[in-house]
Design a protein around this ligand. Structure first.
Ligand code: G3P
Ligand code: MG
Length: 241
């Protein structure tokens, strides 16, 4: 089972910053997950919330701020003084580092409350520029983005995120062309995971931070997990499968 560091290594460093991604790498994660949005001047930046209030010393919507305004802010101090001065990373900055690693990356497009028209194209352009497509997969709760990605690049692997317990989650792959299913851990059960895997659909599950959650999804046979603590695979022998 693969372990992807959620927003880098959110349990140890400010989420979605370069410190967090470096930490996940240091801890031995197989890959990292990151969330992307568009600034007012259409730059792809890495941040989870549509507003910056929770994770910076600034305030406001990402969609209303320019990259240069965002770059003046501190995205580390809220987490701890040792991270003071941490900047919001652009996707380009992340990929420039990522191409030097052997990690995988799951780029999550954060269309939702705010819709960013054209974000899919901007993300694909950057992946192509840095030539890292083979180690990247794109996910979203906003399934129209996944469909769009496949229309623009049928080779780009995609994962359909969901948090409910649908009658048949495989329908998400049929509707969007997604290669993977990315359920919340409570949405997982062995019968549909088996059906997915028979069809070559990988199942990566979020967010696994405690052992009971791990056992639940491991029994169901998922392929990968997202964790804030991507080192915890060594916490006991059962976690090392
Ligand atoms: O991709 C897994 C997970 O990141 C989805 O939820 O809200 O943490 O982006 P969220
Ligand atoms: Mg995410």
């Amino acid at each position: 089972m693969k372990i992807y560091g959620h927003r880098g290594a959110k349990g140890y460093a400010p989420e979605n910053t370069m410190s967090s991604f470096l930490k996940a790498q240091e801890l031995g994660a197989d890959g990292v997950e990151l969330d992307v949005q568009l600034t007012q001047d259409r730059q792809v930046v890495i941040c989870h919330d549509w507003k910056i209030d929770r994770t910076s010393n600034g305030t406001g919507k990402i969609s209303a701020l320019t990259l240069s305004a965002l770059k003046k802010l501190d995205f580390g101090s809220w987490y701890g003084p040792q991270f003071s001065g941490e900047k919001i990373p652009t996707l380009a900055e992340f990929l420039d580092w990522f191409r030097t690693t052997d990690l995988e990356a799951n780029i999550e497009i954060k269309n939702g409350l705010i819709i960013y028209p054209g974000i899919e194209k901007e993300v694909l352009k950057l992946i192509e520029k840095f030539q890292v497509g083979e180690r990247v997969f794109i996910s979203s709760f906003y399934h129209p983005s996944l469909k769009l990605i496949k229309e623009m690049n049928p080779y780009m692997r995609t994962g359909a995120l969901f948090a409910c317990r649908p009658v048949n989650p495989l329908i998400f792959c049929r509707e969007t062309g997604a290669d993977f299913l990315h359920p919340h851990w409570e949405s997982v059960d062995a019968p549909w995971v088996r059906q997915a895997r028979i069809r070559g659909i990988q199942v990566n599950c979020y967010t696994i931070n405690v052992y009971e959650q791990y056992l639940w999804v491991a029994k169901a046979g998922v392929d990968g997990i997202f964790s804030d603590f991507p080192d915890r695979k060594t916490c006991c022998s059962e976690c090392q499968t």
